[in-house]
Design a protein around this ligand. Sequence first.
Ligand SMILES: Cc1cc2nc3c(=O)[nH]c(=O)nc-3n(C[C@H](O)[C@H](O)[C@H](O)COP(=O)(O)OP(=O)(O)OC[C@H]3O[C@@H](n4cnc5c(N)ncnc54)[C@H](O)[C@@H]3O)c2cc1C
Length: 816
Amino acid sequence: MPTIIKEETSGGKKLPSHTKVVVIGGGVVGCSILFHLAKFGWKDVVLLERDELTSGSSWHAAGQIHTISSDPNISRLQGYTIDLYKEIEETSGQSVGLHMTGGFYLASNKTWYDYLKRERSKARYMGLHQEFISPAEVAERHPLIDPKHYYAALWDDQDGDLDPSGATYAFAKSAKVHGAQYFTHTPVTATTQRADGSWDVTTPKGIINAEHIVNCGGLWAREVGHMQGINIPVQPMEHHYLLTETIPEIAARTERLPCGIDYEANIYFRQERDGMLLGTYEPKGTPWKVEGTPWDFGHELLQPKLDNIADRLELAFDRIPALANAGIKDAINGPFTFGPDGNPMIGPVPGMKNYWCAVGVMAGFCQGGGVGLTMAEWMIDGEPSIDVWAMDVARFGDWATPDWGTVKSTENYERRFVMTFPNETLPKGRLQKTTALYDRLVAKGARMGQGFGLENALWFADSPEDAHEEPTFERNRSHDYVAREVKAVREAVGGIEIANFAKHEFKGSGARAYLDRTLAGFVPKAGRLTLTPMLTKKGKLYGDLTVACLAEDHFMLFGSGAMQEAHRRWFEKDLPTDVSYANVSDDWHGIALSGPKSRELLQRITRDDVSAEAFKFRDMRQTYVGGVPVILNRISFSGELGYEIYCRPQYLIKLAEAIEVAGSDLGYCWYGARALMSMRLEKGWGAWTLDFRPDFNAVESGLDAFINWNKDFVGKEATAAFRDLGASRKLVTITIDVQGIDVSNDEAILCDGKAVGYVSSGGFAHHIGKSMAMGYISADYATAGTKLQVEILGEFYDAEVKGAPTYDANGANMRA
Ligand SMILES: Cc1cc2nc3c(=O)[nH]c(=O)nc-3n(C[C@H](O)[C@H](O)[C@H](O)COP(=O)(O)OP(=O)(O)OC[C@H]3O[C@@H](n4cnc5c(N)ncnc54)[C@H](O)[C@@H]3O)c2cc1C
């Protein structure tokens, strides 16, 4: 059985009446946040725990720790978490029971081997200690494993296991050493916000007034959220692992066995005393307490359902034959909380003041330290030191309903060790949000994807029956269809739906001054558009926005759809009283027209004069197109002559019909996101969340070209310092000499075998007929013409840094 530590932790102290932060929940995540806040200088912080510490999922975790994650920054934070255990053990005097055995990820088929090669490539530029070992070496390090099942394994020194209760208490006790307090048997029953933005946190022992509260409710994250009307789309899932009796081969050893994950068999395992621990993610997950976690659930386990994991056990016995003969000492079935995409949800909750959450942390012992670090930086410094978009609670909006959360979290649980390919669109929770064009585009052969809950076309096949593609790392059947779309846009005219772009509306007498301070670039005059970066105080990128001035006191900003709630949170934080703001993304849908014949098409469906002289590049106006009221922007992300036409959702079909009819003899076709991403690569334009993100500053990314240095703006001082220092790494565009496969992202870029950077995005540039990538590399290698290599699935391909855009270098087509 997992160990439970029990001790009276409040030491008879009375609850304070006021504190800077109340952390709700004493699992590993809450305790880590408390520790980091206190260590970084916020001593007046209090954690309240309903029962004993570790009374949620933390006490019965399997305690396996590793660095591998789909997101490189989460991997980094997992590495930080693992390194931290020694420190908290020393600070607290509480053993965390750490065994740094090292561990491996076993590939029993070529696909998983390919996957691990991608991971190895990431590790190469991140400086992580991962190396491939042969099946024979696997058997040498872990003699219970039958090596015949495997191609290879990726070995990681930083893997191991620990005692989950010990680790949680070590965080809490270290927090106390640094000056924090925690109170057990102190359930929070209500959270009420005062007019000054502070919180009254009610418990049976009294009320604490706190400047900030942090929901670390774990299994009760949803219930703690409900106290404030917040929906948190997580779902506790039942999860099994087995503990065996003594296995003689293990008892006879002097050295502890390494831990491991076998993806295809869907098992993880490690040594536990003289036996083994074996866990698996059931192929059919069982959501636990969909209607809500009972408050009286404590240190309890659920009835094991071994039938649910029988198939996986068969595979495990095959691959680790000693298990077949080992007696089962305990079968653990415990619930823990999953999020819709498997990553934590942390940070300030959009729309709330001083309400933070750190929930849905599915691998708390791998990630808890990193989550604590990030939260403390965010609360104390105003921003985390690295980009944590993959964990940001703002990556979900109100569309992430409780039902959707349960469906997607269950899917994610079931796919924990199931491959997701770069071109794969997951099937569950689809059609959550659609536009009026959905049926029309699907009928035309659209293969749909989903972003921020909204369905959008990826590419167009010949018919609905034809709109399928195999999940793969390699180029697939969509390649030729995307090529067709690119050709139509580059030679004639195409249209893409742009409902998925974010739209932010600002009104009021103070709007211009506010935007001038908030954005680093120029704020346009009425009827014009500008492109501008938005920066944090520390000079990190926080937005890459198009600004439209509709009137002197009325602006619309267009940006990343995925970032819309994060940007809302940003804008609402310090909004002056003379500015009104709204995220109006769902109020404006639309279509972007691109291509040399787009003007001709547009002119046929508007009475305005849209000639080159009358409607110039970066002009905008509110007018009528296709008989409906629109915002018309002369701009395009494809790098062609183009227009973005935004209309209210109820006019979208009418607009689409007008475009289709008027474009029928001009070669008009619909195109999807893949074609757009291909065309922007040829222009060397970065995309938000990939090439542009808060890991980088304006100088590194090249977005400093859009800065207006003759004004004050947020992040100016830091950015000027970056400029004066000169960037040590630069965003570059490269062509790659490769057939049949392209980068997806996160591949290592090398020079003479040494990693000099990584790929932030890429794919096939259909018009110029080359595989391309964008990536950040050491500035020493960023000169045009520099020869490099890119690692794709373990092979090294020649690459060359490009200077000017590979298509329409001087922008003549776009400005025509
Ligand atoms: C069977 C199993 C195996 C696992 N194996 C691993 C593993 O090998 N490696 C790994 O990294 N992770 C593993 N995990 C996952 C890990 O346990 C979780 O990620 C981690 O426990 C999450 O911690 P938490 O602090 O977010 O939540 P929890 O542990 O659920 O803690 C939440 C705490 O908040 C308290 N609380 C809730 N509401 C209130 C309130 N209103 N007032 C006061 N207190 C409140 C609860 O009592 C609880 O103590 C496993 C989990 C299970 C179930």
